[in-house]
Ligand binder design. Structure first.
Ligand SMILES: Cc1cc2nc3c(=O)[nH]c(=O)nc-3n(C[C@H](O)[C@H](O)[C@H](O)COP(=O)(O)OP(=O)(O)OC[C@H]3O[C@@H](n4cnc5c(N)ncnc54)[C@H](O)[C@@H]3O)c2cc1C
Length: 355
């Protein structure tokens, strides 16, 4: 078992790195677990560097106006990690998600944050100091924990979907929509909320047509988003339907060729030709490893036990970012609550006379 840490941060999105920057500058010598580079994490969208690492341009994170950022980014990030972001020539107009995450990571390590590339797989918050067990690096003791493990996209859970994941099945239009297999071809989006309309609209930039599969006869999306779907000639609503099976070819160069849908009113099935199926049916917060030791809301997101404080039901444990936010789910709000969690942890330690 390691020496007792003051502050362990779990998660490597904007919340985790922002918490690390604040905790490091407060001399807490934070230790951050950024997740493991496993195939399971990649497929589940839990790879190190968080959700933004899966996307292209980020145009709404304050402080990064459009422009040529190459010289700044290259000068700021350690050359050994510059392979992590795409050549700036490909995205000259705004900072990309991978670049933004590398900049945050660099800023956190510049102030002395120690980083371990591994998952925390279980915890014991009843012990003081608390114990965290990692997948490959043993156990760690700590006085405070900041949970910043984010959320992952939901899938339908049918075997054929798993079989064709990353061969035409995706939960991220922004990440994958521009791939050649989807260009000028019909695509399917599953879901009826705002994010489903967002994904479908985005995909119409590339696809010949987008079928939006709705279980009910109407969308859950806000009125303005519904209007966006209705007014887009490339989007066709397929009501009262669910996807029963993803159809395709084992040859990875071909992958998805269509979906079999079932009408939930009359049980009749039919086939839609499509080279891709995009899921937009919500996210699940990454809390499984906590084994129920922190109170959550009914939907599984971690509950703050005091308004505007990142305090959780477990003493010395704070939560930041999407893992505790089913509402805003933005990089900048995650970074903001990451800052709050570090300040809350520092004050907790000061109050305990440790720091
Ligand atoms: C495709 C896409 C595009 C987006 N575009 C934008 C945008 O343009 N602007 C914007 O503001 N927001 C955008 N978002 C939303 C934004 O990415 C999220 O709100 C933000 O990343 C949440 O940050 P976070 O720090 O809470 O967690 P995440 O970014 O979800 O990162 C958490 C990370 O923690 C790690 N982790 C999880 N569990 C463990 C564990 N047990 N042990 C160790 N590590 C673990 C994983 O590596 C995981 O990836 C986008 C999201 C997606 C998916």
């Amino acid at each position: 078992m390691s020496d007792v840490e003051n502050c362990i941060i779990i998660g490597s999105g904007p919340a985790g790195w922002s918490a690390a920057i604040y905790a490091a500058r407060a001399n807490l010598r934070p230790l951050l677990f950024e997740g493991a580079m496993t195939e399971e994490n990649r497929v589940m969208g839990r790879f190190p560097m968080g959700q933004l690492a899966q996307t292209t341009e980020v145009e709404n994170y304050a402080g990064f106006p459009s422009g040529r950022l190459k010289e700044f980014i290259d000068s700021a990030i350690d050359p050994s990690r510059q392979y992590m972001y795409p050549p700036v020539e490909e995205h000259p107009h705004a900072v990309t998600g991978p670049e933004l995450m590398e900049l945050m990571r660099q800023q956190a390590t510049n102030f002395g944050t120690r980083v371990i590339t591994d998952d925390i797989v279980s915890v014991d918050f009843s012990k003081k100091p608390m114990v965290l067990n990692s997948s490959e690096n043993g156990s760690f003791q700590t006085r405070t924990v900041i949970l910043a493990t984010g959320a992952s996209a939901n899938y339908l859970g049918i075997p054929s979907e798993e079989k064709f994941r990353n061969r035409g099945v995706s939960a991220c239009a922004v990440c994958d929509g521009a791939l050649p297999r989807f260009r000028n071809k019909p695509l399917v989006v599953v879901g009826g909320g705002d994010s489903a309309v967002e994904e479908a609209s985005y995909l119409t930039k590339y696809a010949s047509k987008v079928y939006l599969i709705l279980r009910r006869g109407e969308m859950r999306a806000s009125k303005i988003m519904q209007e966006r779907a209705f007014s887009n000639p490339k989007i066709e609503l397929v009501k009262f339907s669910v996807v029963d099976e993803v159809l395709g070819d084992e040859d990875p160069r071909i992958g998805v060729t269509g979906v079999r849908i079932r009408n939930v009113q009359n049980d009749q099935t039919s086939t839609l030709e499509a080279t891709g199926m995009f899921l937009a049916i919500g996210h699940t917060p990454n809390t499984k490893f906590l084994g129920g030791q922190v109170q959550t809301h009914a939907n599984g997101y971690i509950a703050w036990t005091q308004p505007y404080r990142t305090i959780t039901s477990a003493e010395g444990v704070f939560a930041a970012g999407d893992v505790a936010d089913d509402y805003y789910r933005q990089a900048i709000t995650s970074a903001g609550t990451g800052c709050m969690a570090a300040l809350d942890a520092e004050r907790y330690l000061a109050h305990a006379g440790v720091h």
